[in-house]
Design a binder for this molecule. Structure first.
Ligand code: ADP
Ligand code: MG
Length: 254
């Protein structure tokens, strides 16, 4: 038995008077692919953002690889880490958003080279070598020198995935990575994610793509109103949901 890579216990998050996460318990093991589904506003993005400390939590504990995200434990108390310490931990967690967030003034290759050079201290040659390997892996060997505006949404999203992988993350977080794409471009991005899952990457994927969840997820988690309503194998949660809220949601997303 190895320790879970991600462990959330009673995670709470409040914005003003709005308790968006009302005690989330969740474990993700190394190599596991978890799909997070649920209606808009249920707290899925907030929870992902808590995992890499883009949001601080107001209650409970959240660890990645045994370390408190954003905090250090001392005499049973948690102390927030300095920004540079947070950045160091965050570097082990890749995140891909709905919008591609590429640097518009840099080529695909440059986008992928940037963080390894500035954060990991790779030489330009090494960073370029690795960027080329990664862009080839996501099917963009021919488009390395293109700028984001010259690429389709699906190609941009694949660059974003390559850019996250360039940091050699232990964990990849995806927040509706295909929601902003034209339907015909969704498949090429899901294929890259499917391959990544097959290679053993630990992934938490917020998605409305039920067929992807069914095929790829080891576990599906249905969230609603800031709580985990049910979780289990896709065949159960999507195929035979136990809760009325899950059934209602699945009826809407098809
Ligand atoms: P989901 O990703 O499931 O659609 P979110 O995590 O984005 O849900 O949002 C959950 C709730 O938290 C929503 O009611 C949203 O309006 C609120 N929320 C999210 N981010 C903020 C913020 N920065 N400030 C205030 N409210 C927020
Ligand atoms: Mg969201």
């Amino acid at each position: 038995m190895t320790a879970p890579l991600v462990e959330a216990r009673g995670v709470r998050k409040t914005f003003g008077h709005n308790e968006v996460l009302q005690g989330i318990d969740l474990q993700v093991d190394v190599g596991e692919v978890v799909c997070l589904i649920g209606p808009s506003g249920s707290g899925k993005s907030t929870f992902l953002r808590c995992i890499n400390h883009l949001e601080r939590i107001d209650g409970g504990t959240l660890t990645v690889d045994g370390e408190h995200v954003g905090y250090r434990m001392h005499d049973d108390k948690l102390y927030e880490l300095r920004e540079d310490e947070v950045a160091e931990r965050r570097a082990k967690i890749g995140m891909v958003f709905q919008r591609f967030n590429l640097f518009g003034h840099m080529t695909a290759e440059r986008n992928v080279m940037e963080a390894p050079m500035s954060v990991l201290g790779l030489s330009k040659e090494q960073a370029r070598r690795e960027a080329r390997e990664l862009l080839t892996r996501v099917g963009l060997a021919e488009r390395m020198h293109a700028y984001p505006h010259e690429l389709s949404g699906g190609q941009q999203q694949r660059v974003a995935i390559a850019r996250a992988l360039a940091m050699k993350p232990q964990l990849m977080l995806f927040d509706e990575p295909t929601s902003a794409l034209d339907p015909e471009l969704v498949g090429e991005v899901l294929d890259v994610m499917r391959e990544l899952a097959r290679e053993g990457m630990t992934m938490i994927v917020v998605t409305h793509e039920m067929s992807f969840a069914r095929d790829v997820a080891d576990r599906v988690i249905f969230m609603d109103g800031g709580v985990v309503v049910e979780q289990g194998p896709a065949a159960d949660v999507i195929g035979a949901p136990r809760h009325a809220r899950t059934r209602e949601f699945l009826g809407k997303v098809g």
